[in-house]
Structures are given as structure tokens and as C-alpha cells.
Ligand binder design. Structure first.
Ligand SMILES: Cc1cc2nc3c(=O)[nH]c(=O)nc-3n(C[C@H](O)[C@H](O)[C@H](O)COP(=O)(O)OP(=O)(O)OC[C@H]3O[C@@H](n4cnc5c(N)ncnc54)[C@H](O)[C@@H]3O)c2cc1C
Length: 594
């Protein structure tokens, strides 16, 4: 692992200024949290990520995982790291204090999540899934289940999984066939789930699987799905793990990346039925599971940020060391960082990473403000913004993650393509992030279908007006900010144009939403990233020269915003122009002609 001191400053700046931290800590639930406390939590997280998680990353990639005697084996270093993770209290950093959580805002936890993913994304997936399960149980489970499971999950003593996918039911969960047969006060669950992350492992004494299944006589489709908690070990009367439940890992997948994260085929009920307990209401399982899925979506988005950051750090270090070629005014061969093309590449990596980070942290702040608001009106406002941001916060940073980690390889030349440097692993590991938790296409369709069209554009329009409010301060900031101002204004105009085009065109052309959605999401992500960097630049410019300020860091914020305006914002217009051609040429070729 490179060093977490440099991004720590960037992360704290992002939390404070771009995730509107003062509005988050003004909420009654977070009255005990302040900036100083947050800085020391993140410093400690950085130490843990660098010192404990990162050293296990490469060996996890090389050793992988396997199933022996109905149990998944993971590298012993992972088990040791997990024990230390729990000792540090990290599993419950943002969880409910009523069950032993530390109650930090998501806006703080997201920065920890970035560091865990950066250091060792295979490892990070395990506590991340537990967090999602905790949230779903806290919101939807009975009091009894909460008392039995939450404290153990929050302390990290047990972990949680998410069991949705079946061979015939991936993006389309309506096709799900796993069964739940009522059996006294519980159900017996049977069926096969595939691709279950950390579906089994030896790191904890129990695992709580959250499983989607159908009760008898339930309606077909998504309206007939219920959610169940299925423990690996049934609980004794005193709450300790007892008899083995009828749920077993069958195999683990061999895959492109995240080799140390067991991706399991899970068999439920092969020997009579796995005991499961209803979570939430009958046939409303998908809605309850969405609590977990929405949480996980942002967690996946920040994986893109963490792996981009790490790839950038390693590429910048390499570019300072590696000597090749000549440069005007220099004698002999020069470090490649001297070449404008390498600088362009490194700046692109850094600007995209910071834009993606600011999007994820901002989404976390919207969730905090929506979930912990003091009044109903502000809860509704921020929940709507969080809903709008969630598909963007998942998909844009994971697209960026693929681009940045590919660029990281490019900076290394041939050394990037060989495994020893480690940058190839970041590229392989990040590739899954645009696929799981709902592919980025599904996120984009959700953004257009549910977040834009359903309210006739109201949520997007409110956000655009807020982003436009930066125009006056950018104008007042003078010539230095002219390019940033112009790029943001043009980008926002394009968002309005495309939103209107979609709202007007969707009824005329039934293929339009799916044809246009990806470009719409990339347009919005690019513009929101530009807005955030512009905000950061204005704040930085105002701080230059103030006592104790760091001139280099502040100048860099201004430079990143300018670079992004010049080199990245033109992409927004290209996405818009492509979107506004509609679906005709996309649908023109017959299926047989592909
Ligand atoms: C490593 C790994 C870990 C995973 N972890 C978990 C886990 O812990 N729990 C779990 O339940 N699942 C997990 N999954 C499953 C994952 O969520 C699914 O793979 C994902 O949702 C996509 O489903 P699918 O693979 O069936 O692809 P499909 O749904 O078959 O999609 C194939 C392609 O078609 C596109 N497509 C599908 N439907 C539409 C549509 N309506 N409109 C436009 N395009 C469409 C998709 O975008 C994609 O490009 C994991 C998968 C992997 C590989």
C-alpha cells in the first residue's frame, strides 16, 4: 500500500466542504461528532488499512480461497486481520449505538470504506456486506431477531451476507424460485443461490444470511418475494450458535479479480430445509432487501474510488522513478513524470478520483440528512436527493475506477502488464464493481425511469438549480475561474436539455429510456463531479494565505478544477449529444445481424 497521509488531507477536505459536514453534525443524532474526532478516526483507519489490510492484499490475490469438506478456507492472514478489525471496533463504526455501534455518520464511515477498499477490497467486502445486513435488520426485523443478531453483527463477532442471485434470476429478480415453507414460527428455506460473496468462511463463529425466497401461494414476479434471515448455525436458547443449519457452500467461483473474496454457490435446504425467519412483511421482501442493496450500492461506488486512489499513488511514484526519453531543457534521460502526456494521465487519474470521491461522500451526506433529519420536510428533501444520487454514486465511480486503474497500468508501461508491480490487480479487482449490486446499465435505467421520469424531473431540476447557484461565486472569483464557470454552465445546460428530451420523448419511443440511460448517468456524474471540484476550488482559493493553510494543497484544488473543466467536462457534452440521437440507430440492426 502506498501511503494514506496524502489522501487523508484530501478526504478530510472532501468531508468537510463537499459532503456538507457541518449540516450533518448539526443533526441531533450526531451532536457528539466533530471535525477533530473525525480526523483522528480517519488517521487511525489509514494506519490500519496501510499496516494490516494492505499487506494481505497481494497474498490473498495469489492464494485465493477454496472449499474443503463443505467449508470455505481463506488465507490465515485474513482471519488474523479480521480479528484485529473487530478489536478496533471498525465493524460498527456507523451502526446504531443501541446495539453497541459507534453511531458515526455515513459521511465518516464512507471514508473508512474507501480506505478498506483501497488497501484490500476482497477483505473489505466482508464487513461491507455485514453493514448492509445490519441496516436491513435494524429497519425491518422483529424486536426478537434484533436482540438475537444485531449486537453480534455490529461487534463483528458474526458476519452477514446477501443472497439474491440464482442462475435464472440475476438482474431480473422476478424470476427467483427459492422456496420458503412455513414451519411453526419459522420457515424452511430451500433453493440454490449463486455468486454469494463471503457466503462461507472460518473468520467468525456464525453467519447471518439474508435470503430472498417465495412463500407458498405468493403471487408471481417481484410482488411474491419475502426476505428471511437464515443463520449458518441455529441459535441455542442462550443466543449462542448451536446446531448446524441446512445451508452449505457448494463451490467457489474462479474469477478475474477479488480472488480472496469467496464467491459461493450456496445450497439451502438440501437436507430437509434451512431454518429461516421472516424479516419485514410477507411478499415485501424486495423492499426490505432494498435497504441493504442501496447501502451496498454506495459501498460498491467507493470501491471504485479506493482502487483509483491506490492506482494513482502507485503510478505517481513510478513516474517519479522511471527514466525514459528526453525533455526540453534537461540533460540525459528524464523521469517520465517530466513528459506532458504522463502528467496529463496522472492529472486525469487524480481529478477523476477526486470527482468520484466527492460524489460518494456527498451521497453519504444526503443519506445522513435524509435518515436523521429533525423534521419530516427535510427528511423528504434529503431522501429524494439520496435516491437520485444512489445510482450515480454506484455507477459513475465504478466506471471511473475502470478508467483510472487502466491508466495506472499505462503509466507503468510493460511493467504495468506484469503482475509483480501490483497495478494489474487493482484493474482486475475493480472490474466487478460495475457488474454487482445491479449492473451499471440497471443503475442508469433506475436513474432515468424512477428518479427522472417518475416525478417529471422535479428532483433533477431542484439539484440543477442548486448547482447553478455556484455561477455567481465563480463569476466573482475572476478570470482564473472563467473556464471552470463556463464548463459548469454548459454541462448544466446539457443536463436540462437531455432531461427535457427524455421526459418528452419517453412516451413516443418505448426504447428510449434503455437506449439513453447510460449516457444520461455519465452526463450527470461528469457534471456533478465538475460542480464538486468547482466548489472545492472556490473554498480553497478563499483559504489561500489564511494562518496555517497549506498553499500547495489549496493550489492543487484550484488546478484540479481547471484541469477537469478543460479535459473532462467536454465529455458531458459528448454524452448529451449521443443521448439526444435517441434509439433509432441503436435498434436498427436486426438481432440476426449482430
Ligand atoms: C464476484 C461476484 C460477487 C457477487 N456477489 C453477490 C452477492 O453477494 N449476492 C448476490 O445475490 N449476488 C451477487 N452477485 C451477483 C450479481 O449481483 C449479478 O451478477 C448482477 O446483478 C448481474 O446479474 P447477472 O450476472 O445474472 O447478469 P444478467 O442479468 O444476465 O445481465 C447480463 C447483461 O445484460 C444486461 N441487462 C440485463 N437486464 C437488462 C435490462 N432490463 N435492460 C438493459 N440491460 C440489461 C446487464 O446490464 C448485463 O450487461 C455477485 C456476482 C459476482 C460476479
Amino acid at each position: 500500500m502506498a501511503d494514506y497521509r496524502a489522501p487523508l488531507k484530501q478526504m478530510l477536505f472532501t468531508i468537510e466542504h463537499l459532503a456538507d459536514f457541518k449540516d450533518v453534525v448539526a443533526l441531533p443524532d450526531f451532536s457528539a461528532v466533530d471535525g477533530e474526532m473525525t480526523a483522528s478516526v480517519l488517521e487511525e483507519a489509514g494506519r490500519f488499512a496501510t499496516g494490516v489490510l494492505a499487506p494481505a492484499n497481494w497474498l490473498g490475490d495469489q492464494q485465493g480461497v477454496r472449499v474443503v469438506d463443505d467449508a470455505v478456507q481463506v488465507p490465515p492472514e485474513f482471519t488474523a486481520a479480521y480479528a484485529r478489525f473487530c478489536e478496533g471496533g471498525w465493524p460498527g463504526i456507523a451502526s446504531n449505538p443501541e446495539f453497541g455501534g459507534q453511531g458515526f455518520p455515513k459521511a465518516v464511515a464512507i471514508a473508512c470504506d474507501e480506505m478498506w477498499a483501497s488497501a484490500n477490497v476482497s477483505f473489505a467486502l466482508c464487513p461491507e456486506l455485514s453493514q448492509g445486513a445490519i441496516l436491513a435488520l435494524d429497519r425491518h426485523a422483529t424486536e426478537e431477531l434484533k436482540q438475537q443478531y444485531l449486537e453480534k453483527l455490529i461487534s463483528g463477532q458474526w458476519t452477514g451476507t446477501m443472497c439474491l442471485t440464482e442462475p435464472q434470476a440475476g438482474s431480473d429478480l422476478a424470476a427467483l424460485t427459492s422456496k420458503a415453507q412455513p414451519h411453526g414460527d419459522r420457515c424452511l428455506i430451500s433453493g440454490r443461490k449463486i455468486f454469494i460473496t463471503w457466503g462461507d468462511h472460518p473468520m467468525t463463529e456464525n453467519i447471518a444470511h439474508l435470503v430472498l425466497a417465495r412463500l407458498p401461494d405468493s403471487p408471481p414476479g417481484t410482488k411474491g418475494i419475502s426476505l428471511f434471515l437464515v443463520p449458518k448455525y441455529r441459535l441455542n436458547a442462550d443466543g449462542t450458535p448451536g446446531e448446524r443449519n441446512d445451508v452449505f457452500p457448494v463451490s467457489v467461483e474462479h474469477k478475474l479479480g477479488i480472488h480472496a473474496s469467496p464467491t459461493c454457490v450456496m445450497a439451502f435446504g438440501d437436507n430437509g430445509g434451512a431454518e429461516g425467519f421472516l424479516v419485514g412483511k410477507v411478499n415485501e421482501g424486495l423492499a426490505a432487501m432494498f435497504t441493504m442493496m442501496n447501502y451496498m450500492r454506495l459501498g460498491v461506488g467507493v470501491q471504485g474510488v479506493g482502487l483509483s486512489e491506490r492506482s494513482y499513488q502507485q503510478a505517481a511514484d513510478f513516474a517519479r522513478e522511471r527514466k525514459q526519453g528526453r525533455a526540453p531543457g534537461a540533460k540525459g534521460s528524464v523521469p517520465i513524470i517530466r513528459h506532458p502526456d504522463i502528467r496529463r494521465t496522472l492529472l486525469l487519474m487524480r481529478a477523476l478520483t477526486q470527482a468520484a470521491r466527492s460524489i460518494c461522500y456527498y451521497t453519504a451526506c444526503c443519506l445522513d440528512r435524509g435518515n436523521h433529519a429533525a423534521d419530516a420536510e427535510s427528511a423528504a428533501t434529503w431522501q429524494a436527493r439520496a435516491e437520485l444520487m444512489t445510482p450515480i454514486g454506484k455507477a459513475w465511480p465504478t466506471e471511473i475506477g475502470q478508467e483510472v486503474t487502466a491508466l495506472g497500468i499505462q503509466v507503468h508501461g510493460g511493467m504495468g502488464y506484469v503482475e509483480e508491480t501490483g497495478v494489474a490487480q487493482f484493474y482486475r479487482d475493480v472490474r466487478i464493481a460495475s457488474i454487482y449490486e445491479g449492473t451499471n446499465a440497471i443503475q442508469a435505467i433506475d436513474l432515468v425511469g424512477r428518479k427522472l421520469l417518475r416525478d417529471g424531473g422535479a428532483a433533477v431540476s431542484a439539484f440543477v438549480s442548486e448547482m447553478r447557484a455556484q455561477d455567481a461565486p465563480l463569476a466573482n472569483a475572476g478570470e482564473d475561474f472563467a473556464a471552470v464557470r463556463q464548463a459548469l454552465a454548459r454541462g448544466l445546460d446539457e443536463v436540462v436539455l437531455c432531461s427535457t428530451y427524455l421526459i418528452g420523448g419517453e412516451k413516443r419511443d418505448p426504447e428510449l429510456v434503455s437506449a439513453a440511460a447510460f449516457n444520461y448517468l455519465m452526463l450527470l456524474g461528469t457534471v456533478i463531479g465538475g460542480w464538486q471540484l468547482a466548489r472545492g476550488a472556490l473554498i480553497a482559493a478563499a483559504q489561500i494565505g489564511t494562518p496555517g493553510s497549506d498553499r500547495v494543497f489549496l493550489d492543487t484544488q484550484v488546478l484540479l478544477a481547471k484541469f477537469y473543466a478543460e479535459q473532462v467536462m467536454p465529455r458531458a457534452l459528448a454524452h448529451g449529444a449521443a443521448l439526444r440521437t435517441g434509439s433509432a440507430s441503436i435498434m436498427a440492426l436486426s438481432v440476426d445481424n449482430f
